[in-house]
Design a protein around this ligand. Structure first.
Ligand code: DGL
Length: 287
């Protein structure tokens, strides 16, 4: 049974529609990549709100407004599900998105990431590295404690990591020096055995973070667990696309950006292997 139909006039089956993924910029491509691996038959449309990045230093009302506008752009084009790849939007706007776009299912990255961290930590002492606004909002603490009530969670805003990742300075002395500034005090004060990378940009800095945190600390991110949740949800709702024919290629994702497609391509190369370098980015206006 299909749970809903978005496009009755054209009588297009909902399951043929793409999954819509959005982020404040290019970092969410790490989530897009995990979705492609987990769901090779699914058409995907990705929107990077590059005109308004960063979301991670903005207040909750602004993030909600931006997230709803970005999601509208995807829903208006027809999507069967929304995936909020941006941690800041997931932590501050998920409820608002669910209300605005019901019955379109909305999956954020915070809950899957929180579950991954709760499962990975032996001691229950977990550090969350995130943007300023995500850290301030406390969503990760709430979600981790929902599955592990006695977890001891501390979030740390690490805004400079976003710029480092975009600049391609994700390895080497500068990345390690910045990681030391953020991570060392957290390690000293809190002694977590698990660090959750609660921001789209931080997986590319995982090596620098691991050098500072040390070999006994598990580092987890939410991309793969989010893709698992999306697969479960589309299967449960009868929304999965028909499987690929033998030997057929995965459909190429459609990419949209709200500013500078050229810069999108350039920065995306820091987040994806060269074989997956994005092309043909369409400029869209959310106003
Ligand atoms: N996408 C944002 C996040 O995951 C990071 C970049 C930004 O601040 O907009 O929180």
């Amino acid at each position: 049974m299909l749970a809903f139909r978005l496009d009755p006039t054209q009588e297009r089956l909902v399951r043929d529609l793409p999954i819509g993924v959005f982020d404040s910029g290019v970092g969410g491509l790490t989530v897009l990549r995990a979705l492609r691996e987990a769901l090779p038959a699914e058409p995907l449309t990705y929107l990077g709100d590059t005109a308004r990045l960063p979301y991670g230093t903005k207040g909750p009302e602004t993030v909600r407004r931006y997230a709803i506008q970005a999601a509208h752009c995807l829903v208006d084009r027809g999507v069967k599900m929304l995936v909020v790849a941006c941690n800041t939007a997931s932590s501050l706007a998920l409820d608002a998105l669910e209300r605005e776009f019901a019955p379109v299912p909305v999956v954020g990255v915070v809950r899957p990431g929180a579950r991954a961290a709760a499962a990975a930590s032996a001691s229950g002492r977990i550090g969350v590295l995130a943007t300023e606004s995500t850290a301030r909002g406390g969503a990760y603490e709430r979600e981790i404690r929902a599955v592990r009530a006695n977890a001891n969670v501390v979030s740390k805003g690490c805004s400079v990591f976003v710029a480092l990742a975009e600049e391609g300075w994700s390895h080497g002395p500068i990345a390690e020096a910045v990681a030391r500034e953020y991570v060392e005090p957290l390690m000293k004060a809190h002694a977590p055995d698990c660090l959750l990378l609660g921001c789209t940009h931080f997986p590319v800095l995982a090596d620098a973070i691991a050098i500072v945190a040390g070999p006994d600390v598990r580092i987890v991110d939410s991309a793969a667990t989010t893709a698992d949740v999306v697969r479960e949800e589309i299967t449960r709702r009868g929304l999965a696309a028909a499987p690929l024919a033998p030997g057929a290629m995965s459909p190429a994702p459609r990419l949209l950006a709200t500013d500078s497609p050229d810069r999108f391509e350039r920065v995306a190369s820091r987040f994806l292997p060269p074989s997956e370098a994005p092309h043909d980015i369409e400029l869209v206006d959310l106003a």
